[in-house]
Each structure stands twice: as structure tokens, then as C-alpha cells.
Design a protein around this ligand. Structure first.
Ligand code: SAM
Length: 215
């Protein structure tokens, strides 16, 4: 595969951010980010920055997407729950590495657009659900892995309860709206071990389903 100058820079930034997992690097290299963006932001898709998407939300910074994906220690048997579909990019990064991805988004317009885009791109193991992810997804629980791409003040107990024993959850935690701590939670024999992975910036986890303006 021939990478453009921009894509080579993109890979360089991921390596600089300390991403070493080969499978994660490969999926980051081979998943186009521009298709998850609109208008002028498409031209900036391979910058290592969060960028605006519709409904006032953001697509996460690629090095953060890679860091969270790596921290999940995925394998092909994993059933994964993502809270915060946004553009669908993180779900597209997870999908080739696991058995199934369930991704929940509170903005109906974003969920609908991500579902259409991911289906059009040929992903067959991603289910996009419109809903309030702070309740998790009881109908499909328990999960091998859970990733939250919106920040909570504490790891939500509901989600910890939907994590399988031996499972891993990665999420931004903090009281600030601007800077939070990325946390990895490992569940073993019903007990939780917490590891801090450094600072991140995410939009907050909000309750309820958003009322998007009619399209
Ligand atoms: N993972 C996304 C991507 O790859 O584009 C980026 C997610 S963006 C940083 C956070 C998303 O979480 C927003 O789309 C926001 O609407 C969503 N969100 C916030 N609270 C939520 C909740 N309770 N349930 C589901 N989605 C939520």
C-alpha cells in the first residue's frame, strides 16, 4: 500500500505517541479517517488532532484512538461495547480486531449517519444503536471489552457490571470538562484494578437521548 506524505506523517505521530501494537498500527494505517469527516475538515483528517463533526461533537485525536485501542488488548473473540459512536471512526478501528462491536450514540443524527457510512464501507460486525450509553446495553451484556469515548466523573457502576470477568474497560475519567485521566479498568474475580494512562480531552458523557433538529 502506498501511503501519501500526510499518511506517513500520521503513522509517524502514532509511533511518537508510543503505539507499538502491530495490529493496532496496521488498522490505523489502513482505515481512512477522511471519510468520517465532512467539508473543510476532510483535508485535515491525517493531522493528529480531534476535529469537529456534526451535532457539536468531535472525532477523537488519532493517537488517543490508537492508545485506547491498544489498552483494550483486543482479540478476535472479543465482544466490545463502545459508548459514544460520534463519527463511527473508533468503531471502524475496533471492528477488524474483534468479533463484534456494539456502539451507542445519544445523538440520533450521528448514529444514523455512522450506521449508513459503516454499512457502506462494508463493515458487517458493527451494530450502531441510538440510546443513552450511560445505561450500557443490558440486552447484549456482558462484554469482553468496554470503551467510553465521552468522559464521566467516575467509571459508571452500570458499565462495570456489564463487563465480563477477565474483561477490560478503557475510559476518560475526571471532573473537568476539558482535561481528564485515561483509565484502564481490569476486572478479575469480581474485583477491579485501575491503571492511569495519562491525560486526555473528551466531551462529557451526557444523559438522555439528544433532540437533534429534523434533517
Ligand atoms: N468515538 C467517536 C468517533 O470515533 O468519532 C468520538 C466520540 S465523541 C468524542 C463523544 C461522543 O459521545 C459524542 O458523539 C457524544 O454525543 C457521545 N455521548 C455523550 N454522552 C453519551 C451517552 N450518554 N450515550 C451515548 N453517547 C454519548
Amino acid at each position: 500500500m502506498n501511503l501519501s506524505e500526510e499518511q506517513l506523517q500520521f503513522v509517524f505521530h502514532l509511533r511518537q505517541a508510543g503505539i507499538t501494537d502491530r495490529d493496532v498500527m496496521k488498522v490505523m494505517e489502513t482505515t481512512p479517517r477522511d471519510v468520517f469527516l465532512e467539508g473543510i475538515f476532510r483535508d485535515r483528517a491525517y493531522e493528529d488532532r480531534p476535529l469537529p463533526i456534526s451535532c457539536g461533537q468531535t472525532i477523537s485525536q488519532p493517537s488517543t484512538v490508537a492508545r485506547m485501542t491498544e489498552a483494550l488488548e483486543l482479540n478476535k473473540r472479543c465482544k466490545v461495547l463502545e459508548i459514544g459512536t460520534g463519527s463511527g471512526y473508533q468503531a471502524a478501528i475496533l471492528a477488524p480486531l474483534v468479533r463484534r462491536v456494539y456502539t451507542v450514540e445519544r445523538h440520533p443524527a450521528l448514529a444514523k449517519a455512522a450506521d449508513k457510512l459503516l454499512t457502506g464501507l462494508g463493515y458487517t460486525n458493527i451494530t450502531v444503536i441510538t440510546g443513552d450509553g450511560s445505561h450500557g446495553l443490558p440486552a447484549q451484556a456482558p462484554f469482553d471489552r468496554i470503551i467510553m469515548t465521552a468522559a464521566a466523573e467516575d467509571p459508571p457502576a452500570v458499565l462495570l457490571n456489564q463487563l465480563k470477568d477477565g474483561g477490560i474497560m478503557v475510559l476518560p475519567v475526571g471532573q473537568s470538562d476539558t482535561v481528564q485521566n485515561l483509565i484502564k479498568v481490569i476486572k478479575t474475580n469480581g474485583r477491579f484494578e485501575y491503571k492511569e494512562l495519562g491525560e486526555v480531552r473528551f466531551v462529557p458523557l451526557l444523559g438522555g437521548i439528544a433532540k437533534d433538529p429534523a434533517a
